[in-house]
Design a protein around this ligand. Structure first.
Ligand SMILES: Cc1cc2nc3c(=O)[nH]c(=O)nc-3n(C[C@H](O)[C@H](O)[C@H](O)COP(=O)(O)O)c2cc1C
Length: 357
């Protein structure tokens, strides 16, 4: 059953193995990373959430120049308007950190991501094999525009209720994001605490609740995790943190080093860097902003901290970097993406074989 579900999703995605390199917004998913994963028989994904339409087109072209295989493009589903908050207290806090890094005073941040429908047009024009999304469910007409062009649509759920809503919306597959995951929480149908279900508990419950293929995500770092996900009924897996330390990933050098040296308990879920809860490794900035009412709503906080994070990354100063990480980061490896995919698949085979011995 596990095996036929696995093969069936592979066929739908047009790949050898439904092993998905997670979309990661913010420059990690370089065309080289995405193409290397697809060329190795998995599915590479472009994290396009923060990109302007012309940059989405450029990235997709760059991937296509490196692979003829299928790949995915991912966007954030639009989050409703949030109450406007005075940025002055946050800018005052940030000014102190800017001074430490020799940066000019912070400016009032942008309060919106690039226009979603413009991004959708660019994704449609790029014609990826798969369109995936998180943070909600795009409108029926947006979903239909992908489906009518034969683009497979995958949405992210962090609990059973969200998985049911996604199924009702007509998506083709569901990414079940467990609480171990690195990056933002995808939770949309309630407070984010209602989406803190661990992958081990979440996957079988989502598998039981929907008829669609379920892609397990969160804390999967090696063949043991992939084999476990398959045993839980997952038809595919999506790994983010495991790919962040690959040579082709755009992850800052200092960030890669922190991931490799992380512990199981190094991470926190915090709003400090973007205004939306996400999992990353604790550092001075997160500790300082814990519980602060000055933190702006997403995406204003993301844009408010972008200069600080960028300068810190260039200077290798991990105190002020957003050190995104899933709870399995300590299991990450310093390898090429092709070698990682190869190792993950052969480890999975070994584990599955030894399980039935
Ligand atoms: C740095 C980072 C950025 C992420 N950005 C996105 C994103 O733009 N869209 C998305 O659907 N998921 C995003 N995710 C979540 C992943 O899709 C996935 O749920 C997560 O990486 C799985 O957990 P793992 O990191 O333990 O493998 C991101 C994850 C990380 C680590």
């Amino acid at each position: 059953m596990g095996t036929s579900a696995w093969r069936s999703l592979a066929a739908k995605l047009g790949v050898e193995q439904p092993l998905i390199q997670a979309p990661m917004g913010g420059g990690i998913t370089t065309p080289e990373l995405v193409a290397a994963v697809s060329n190795a028989g998995g599915l590479g994904s472009i994290g396009a959430s923060y990109l302007a339409p012309e940059d989405i087109l450029r990235q997709a072209q760059a991937v296509r120049a490196l692979t003829q295989r299928p790949f995915a493009i991912n966007l954030f589903s639009p989050v409703g308007p949030t109450k406007s908050v005075d940025p002055a207290p946050m800018l005052e806090i940030l000014a102190r950190y800017h001074a430490q890094l020799g940066l000019p005073a912070p400016q009032s941040p942008a309060t919106a991501l690039p226009d979603f429908l413009g991004q959708v047009e660019a994704v449609l024009a790029s014609a990826p094999a798969v369109f995936s999304f998180t943070f909600g469910i795009p409108s029926a007409s947006v979903l239909e525009s992908f489906k009518s062009r034969g683009i497979l649509v995958a949405g992210t759920a962090t609990n059973v209720q969200e998985a049911r809503q996604l199924e009702a919306s007509g998506v083709d597959a569901i990414v079940a994001q467990g609480s171990e995951a690195g990056g933002h929480r995808g939770t949309f149908a309630g407070p984010f605490e209602s989406g803190l279900v661990g992958t081990m508990a979440l996957v079988p419950q989502v598998v039981d609740a929907v008829k669609l293929p379920v892609i397990a995500s969160g804390g999967i770092m090696d063949g043991r995790g992939i084999a476990a996900a398959r045993m839980l009924g997952a038809s595919g897996v999506q790994l983010g943190t495991a790919f962040m330390t690959c040579r082709e990933a755009g992850t800052a050098v200092a960030h890669k080093a922190v991931l490799r040296g992380a512990r199981d308990d190094s991470m926190r879920i915090t709003r400090a860097f973007t205004g939306r809860p996400g999992r990353m490794i604790a550092n001075e900035f997160i500790t300082a902003l814990e519980g602060s009412e000055a933190v702006l709503p997403f995406p204003a906080q993301h844009y408010a901290t972008i200069a600080l994070r960028g300068a810190a990354a260039r200077q290798g100063d991990t105190r002020f970097m957003a050190l995104w990480a899933g709870q399995g980061a300590a299991l990450s490896r310093d390898v090429s993406a092709a070698d990682l995919v190869k190792a993950l698949l052969s480890e999975t085979d070994t584990v599955l074989r030894s399980a039935v011995e």
